[in-house]
Design a protein around this ligand. Structure first.
Ligand SMILES: Nc1ncnc2c1ncn2[C@@H]1O[C@H](COP(=O)(O)OP(=O)(O)OP(=O)(O)O)[C@@H](O)[C@H]1O
Ligand SMILES: [Mg+2]
Length: 244
């Protein structure tokens, strides 16, 4: 497999505006097959806007999103999900008045995923046994950590090759975050690539292989996590010195 074949997702020169506000400016990133990549940035850096543009929720004003070399910029979200990308949105956005199982089955509504529904359910229950125990409970009764697990599990139900997680650790206790990251590691080992959005620099550098740092809509730094000095990432993150 040459390097180009290994690239699943490639975002180039992406610009997204909300009226006069340019929330994302000329941003680029890549996720290769099998990789775990993070996008780090403070509140309002433009991370969710970038993810939503990848998923076809926001229409970019410029730039492109390519999936396995194909231009998918601005395609409707269901077409993007059908190609193998799934988003766990910020704040989990599960359906409170539906059961855990109903939430999961919603994740498998597209034909390709429907065919694999039984297999995916088994995988999900294996990864998150607590969801199996609560199959018939209304999602509204789940704890914060269980909600995030359900949101990730719902993404897995669409049989994706890449899952994008937007701030899955927000507001959770450290022990729960550790469990969720361990599950993501297992999901990755089963062949799913992961793009993680996080605000916590240390956690990102520890749990992912490659990181992009976003400040005020721009990607200002990138590199293998092993090579990125934490203090420099923090400087970039807080807009200190040359990154401001
Ligand atoms: N729907 C919207 N309409 C107008 N402005 C928006 C909208 N959504 C986000 N913004 C603005 O765009 C900028 C980027 O926001 P975005 O939510 O993408 O940042 P973020 O990095 O995901 O932040 P957070 O860590 O708080 O989730 C911010 O200035 C925000 O106020
Ligand atoms: Mg966000």
């Amino acid at each position: 497999m040459n390097e180009q074949d290994a690239v699943l997702l490639e975002v180039s020169g992406l610009t997204v505006r909300y009226g006069d506000l340019q929330a994302v400016s000329d941003a680029g990133l890549r996720v290769c097959r099998g990789a775990v990549v993070s996008l780090i940035g403070a509140n309002g850096a433009g991370k969710s806007t970038l993810l939503n543009a990848i998923m076809g929720v926001n229409k970019p004003a410029g730039g492109s999103v390519r999936w396995k070399g194909e231009d998918i910029t601005g395609l409707p979200t269901n077409k993007i999900v059908a190609k193998g990308i799934s988003l766990t949105p910020e704040g989990s956005r599960i359906f409170e008045d539906m059961t855990v199982l109903e939430n999961l089955l919603l994740g498998a509504y597209l034909p390709r995923a429907k065919k694999k529904r039984a297999e995916s359910l088994e995988k999900v229950f294996d990864t998150f046994p607590v969801l199996k125990e609560k199959t018939n409970q209304l999602a509204t009764f789940l704890s914060g950590g269980q909600r995030q697990m359900l949101a990730i599990a719902r993404a897995i139900m669409s049989a994706p090759e890449l899952i994008i997680c937007d701030e899955i650790s927000l507001g959770l206790a450290p022990v729960v975050i550790r469990d969720i990251y361990a599950s993501l590691h297992r999901i990755n080992q089963e062949g799913v690539s992961i793009l993680l959005v996080e605000q916590e620099v240390k956690r990102c550098l520890k749990n992912t292989e490659y990181a992009y740092v976003m400040v005020k809509g721009r990607v200002v730094m990138e590199g293998r996590c092993l090579d990125l000095p934490e203090d420099e990432v923090c400087d970039a993150y807080f807009g200190i010195n040359r990154y401001a």
